[in-house]
Design a protein around this ligand. Structure first.
Ligand SMILES: [Zn+2]
Length: 262
């Protein structure tokens, strides 16, 4: 029976992923995310309902618009699949029950996927997403903790994350004389902080720096492009690290602290 619920969440994730694709395309272009209905960006033809089925339509159409044959970005099926997979694993990772933690996981991953895709393409993190996620996290924090102190925990997490990245931003500017991190990253870590708390937010920045450095080295080896082009923004690393810490932060912290027990 448990597999049924995992599959149901996977199926739920597919249309959510489709909606995130709309957000990813329209939000940085300042377009309304609800209206008008989806249309081809090249020939403007309205997308028919049967051509708007997550992943399947992309495969049937061979990644091309039915009307003008323009290539459809593989980002569409990729975002749909990643959303569905992350939604599916959220259930076992939050304890197999319908809980506020599960809802928090879905909101954190859904918002995170949209932010990561927009940051990679446009090098911006829309306030609508980071503040939207922050507000959702603030509302969920006391419900998840079943205590009003959860609210305090979430806010302390958000503030400590923002302060930490603010210091990194100022320090980075002084050391390297360039923008290592934008305000968008500071607001993003505040959003993540409300979901993972202050210990989690420290871990998130640390893990993001480690995987960011690894990613940077891989990019340097594999890419022929100029330095500026291959530079990957920090946002997606923060999100990946934030999701890891949301699920495994307690375990990581415990095993780290156990290193100091004799
Ligand atoms: Zn078209």
């Amino acid at each position: 029976m448990n597999w049924f619920y995992i599959f149901a969440l996977f199926l739920f994730g597919l249309p959510v992923g489709s909606f995130l694709n709309v957000v990813i395309w329209r939000l940085p272009r300042k377009e309304n995310v609800v209206f008008p209905p989806s249309h081809c960006p090249i020939c403007n033809a309205k997308i028919r309902p049967y051509d708007n089925i997550p992943i399947i339509s992309y495969l049937i159409l061979g990644g091309k618009c039915r009307d003008c044959g323009a290539k459809i970005s593989p980002r569409y099926p990729v975002v749909e699949l990643i959303t569905a997979l992350l939604f599916a694993v959220a259930l076992p990772l939050t304890g197999w029950t319908m809980s506020w933690d599960l809802l928090a996981a879905l909101i954190l991953t859904g918002t995170g996927i949209a932010i990561a895709a927009i940051d990679i393409e446009h090098r911006i993190i829309p306030d609508e997403l980071s503040f939207g996620g922050l507000i959702a996290g603030v509302v969920l924090a006391p419900l998840r903790a079943e205590s009003f102190y959860g609210l305090l925990w979430g806010i302390v997490g958000a503030v400590s994350g923002a302060v930490l990245l603010f210091i990194v931003r100022i320090g980075g500017k002084a050391l390297f004389r360039r923008e290592a991190m934008g305000w968008g990253d500071v607001k993003l870590i505040a959003m993540i902080g409300v979901f993972v708390g202050w210990e989690g937010v420290l871990m998130t920045v640390f893990i993001a720096s480690v995987i960011g450095t690894i990613g940077g080295i891989i990019g340097m080896i594999t890419s022929q492009k100029t330095r500026k082009d291959r530079e990957i923004p920090f946002g997606p690393y923060l999100i990946a690290a934030g999701i890891i810490v949301f699920y495994f932060g307690d375990k990581i912290l415990k095993s780290y602290l156990s290193l100091f027990e004799f």
